[in-house]
Design a binder for this molecule. Structure first.
Ligand code: HEC
Ligand code: HEC
Length: 258
C-alpha cells in the first residue's frame, strides 16, 4: 500500500502463481490470477463465486491449449513476438480433468511426449494461460453487458462431473460426520479416487445389511459393490440434473462459511 501511495507499482501481482503456486503444483496459476481478477471487478460475492465456478469447471473439461491459441501462435499473431516464443509449433491439446498444475502438466506431458522442462511444455502453459484469460474476459464482458445468467450460459454444459455429483450426494461440507460429511470440494473426484473398494461395506450395508462382510470380498461381494457403484453413478446423474437446475450445490452456498 505504501508503494501505491508513493506512486510506484506493486510488484507484479500474480507471479507467485507460476507452477501452481511457487512451483508447488497446486491450483493452476492461470486460474489463480483469473479468479482474483473476477472477484476484484465483479464485487458481488454470489456473482464472482458463480463465474469462478464456471471458469474452474470449464478448465477441467476443455481441451487446452485451444485450436485458436495454437493458430495464433503458429501464425505469429500472439502478443509475444514470434522470435521470442518458446515454440511456434502447433502443440497437442488435452483435457486435464483437474484444476491442479501437477495433474494438468503431467497428463499433457504424457500425451505429448514432451518433458516438463521442455520449451514446448512452457509454451503450452503460456498458450493455456492465454486461453484462460480469454475465457475470463468473455465471461466478464457478457456479465457486464447482459448479466449473470447470460455469462453463465456461455458455458452452459459445464457442470460438476457426473462422478463428483454422485460423490457429493454424501461427501460435502456438512455437519453429519457419519454420513460422509468430512470432506469438501467440487474438484473432479475421479481424477484421484479410482479404487472404490473401501466403499464396499457402505454400499453393501445400504443394499441389504451384510455389513463388513463385503469388504474382504469373495466375488459375490465384489459384484454387489460394483452394483452399488452403478447405483451411485445413477444417483450422480440425478444430482447432476439437480445441480443444473440451480440446486444448493450449484449455487455454492457451502463455500460461504469459508
Ligand atoms: C451413499 C453415500 C456415499 C457415496 C455416494 C459416496 N461415499 Fe464415500 N464414503 C461414505 C461414507 C459414509 C464413508 C465413511 C465410512 C466408510 O468408510 O464407508 C465414505 C468413505 C470414503 C472414503 C474413505 C475411505 C476410507 O478408506 O476411509 C473415500 C476416499 C470416499 N468415501 C470417496 C468417495 C468417492 C470418490 C465417491 C464418489 C465416487 C464416494 N465416496 C461416494 C459414503 C458415500
Ligand atoms: C487431487 C486428488 C484428489 C481429488 C481430486 C479428490 N481427492 Fe479425496 N482424497 C485425496 C487424498 C490424497 C486423500 C487422503 C487419502 C488418505 O488419507 O489416505 C483424500 C481423502 C478423501 C476422503 C477420505 C477422507 C478421510 O480422511 O477419511 C474422502 C471421503 C474423499 N477424499 C472424497 C473425495 C471426493 C468426494 C472428491 C470429489 C469431490 C475427492 N475426494 C477428490 C485426494 C483427492
Amino acid at each position: 500500500m505504501e508503494a501505491v501511495r508513493e506512486g510506484k507499482h506493486l510488484h507484479s501481482l500474480f507471479q507467485y502463481g507460476y507452477g501452481g503456486a511457487v512451483g508447488w503444483g497446486t491450483l493452476c496459476g492461470a486460474l489463480n490470477g483469473s479468479l482474483a481478477i473476477i472477484q476484484m471487478v465483479v464485487g458481488e460475492h454470489k456473482h464472482w463465486d458463480a463465474l469462478g465456478k464456471k471458469l474452474m469447471r470449464w478448465y477441467e473439461s476443455t481441451p487446452l491449449p485451444s485450436d485458436k491459441s495454437n493458430e495464433y501462435a503458429v501464425k505469429g499473431m500472439m502478443y509475444v513476438p514470434k522470435e521470442k516464443m518458446k515454440s511456434t509449433k502447433w502443440l497437442p491439446s488435452n483435457i486435464s480433468g483437474s484444476t491442479l498444475c501437477h495433474v494438468s502438466v503431467g497428463k499433457w506431458c504424457e500425451i505429448s511426449g514432451y518433458a516438463s522442462g521442455s520449451k514446448e511444455r512452457s509454451e503450452r502453459c503460456g498458450r493455456l494461460t492465454g486461453d484462460v484469460a480469454a475465457m475470463t474476459v468473455q465471461l466478464l464482458n457478457t456479465y457486464f453487458e447482459k448479466g449473470l445468467s447470460a455469462a453463465l450460459a456461455l458455458a452452459a454444459d459445464v457442470r460438476l462431473s457426473p462422478t463428483t455429483a454422485s460423490c457429493r450426494v454424501c461427501h460435502y461440507k456438512g455437519k453429519d460426520y457419519e454420513a460422509g460429511q468430512f470432506t469438501r470440494g467440487y474438484l473432479a473426484c475421479e481424477s484421484c479416487h479410482r479404487d472404490m473398494r473401501p466403499h464396499a461395506h457402505t454400499f453393501v450395508s445400504l443394499g441389504g445389511g451384510h455389513g463388513e462382510a463385503g469388504l474382504k470380498g469373495p466375488s459375490w461381494a465384489r459384484d454387489l459393490a460394483i452394483a452399488g457403484l452403478g447405483a451411485a453413478a445413477a444417483a450422480g446423474v440425478a444430482a447432476g440434473v439437480l445441480a443444473g437446475s440451480g440446486s444448493r450445490e450449484d449455487r455454492g452456498e457451502e463455500e460461504k462459511e469459508g
